[in-house]
Design a protein around this ligand. Structure first.
Ligand SMILES: O=c1cc[nH]c(=O)[nH]1
Length: 170
């Protein structure tokens, strides 16, 4: 049992401020299925109208995962939905938890199936370290260290509030 407690709502407020700093006119928001997509959905509603944030995209890592052969057709396989042209877009990519970087690598491969973006910037709620690829976020609301056996899981209640739980024992 872990004693780690993370206030996901407070971290979301930090993330919203970070995204506001990173935002450039004409950017497009894209959430990684499923936690990142929840964040993107809420940010569209919460960010100031002056930023003119359009309908966000949702992107899935499922088809490009390096453990695809072991996991098979995992849930989320058909989750990718991009309501804007990827070619030439400046994309702000969102995820809930950044760990090895393998999900981000898979998602970037998926993105290039739709076109060639001008840039991709990554912002996350929590960076838990443990990177296995040279991938770094431009913004992380929190940086923590968690044993590899444990998983940090974001949940969303029916009224849209976030919470974190730690799964697995060390
Ligand atoms: O702990 C982790 C690692 C990757 N993705 C998660 O959602 N949690």
């Amino acid at each position: 049992m872990s004693t780690l407690t993370l206030d996901a709502e407070a971290l979301y407020t930090e993330l919203r401020a970070g995204v506001q700093q990173l935002w450039r006119p004409g950017m497009a928001l894209m959430g990684i299925w499923s936690g990142g997509a929840w964040l993107a959905e809420r940010l569209v509603a919460d960010l100031p109208a002056t930023l003119a944030v359009g309908k966000p995209g949702v992107i899935s890592s499922a088809l490009h995962r390096d453990d695809f052969s072991a996991r098979g057709m995992a849930s989320g396989t058909d989750a990718t939905k991009i309501p804007f042209a990827v070619d030439g877009a400046h994309i702000l990519l969102l995820d809930d938890v950044l760990f090895t970087g393998r999900t981000i690598r898979a998602v970037i491969n998926e993105l290039y199936d739709f076109g060639r973006p001008a840039s991709v910037t990554l912002a996350v709620l929590v960076d838990r370290g443990g990177r296995e690829l040279p991938i770094q976020p431009a913004f992380a609301a929190a940086k923590i260290s968690l044993p590899p056996e444990q998983k940090l899981a974001l949940t969303r209640t029916d009224d849209g509030r976030f919470s974190f739980s730690v799964k697995g024992s060390i």
